[in-house]
Design a protein around this ligand. Structure first.
Ligand SMILES: [Zn+2]
Length: 132
């Protein structure tokens, strides 16, 4: 294994893609006439909020939130400990946030960046939104 001292190029790429998956979800909701709000003052600041339905959506990037997929499993060769602890902290916080929201009566769905590349997530999301 080689150790590189150059800055990790992943950072800038991930940051750009950070919002793209959320836009995919929002444009679908918009097309289907679902009315939502963004980033309400709720635990974890959910990406998309349906106040009347008491439901929230998180759209998570696989790398930052440590998804159990090939994208989430990718780790930088440099600063491994730093990134690992960051991702671990994110995962821990995600779990806590979800529990807190559920205690407050919110229902939560998490959509993963990788998931949005296949059409199945749409059905999963619609089921979540229409289920009472
Ligand atoms: Zn993933």
């Amino acid at each position: 294994m080689t150790t590189q001292l150059a800055p990790n190029p992943r950072m800038s790429r991930v940051r750009q893609r950070d919002t793209a998956p959320e836009l995919v979800v929002r444009s679908l909701l918009h097309a289907l006439d679902f009315r939502y709000r963004l980033h309400q003052r709720l635990p974890g600041r959910p990406d998309i909020v349906f106040p009347a339905r008491r439901k929230v959506i998180f759209v998570h990037g696989c790398f930052w939130h440590g998804h159990n997929c090939k994208h989430g499993a990718v780790r930088s060769l440099t600063n491994t400990t730093f990134w690992d602890s960051k991702v671990t902290a994110n995962r821990t916080r995600d779990v806590q946030v979800q529990q807190k929201l559920q205690q407050l009566g919110w229902r939560v769905i998490t959509l993963w960046e990788c998931e949005l590349k296949e059409p199945e997530w749409i059905e999963r999301l619609l089921y979540f939104l229409n289920d009472d």
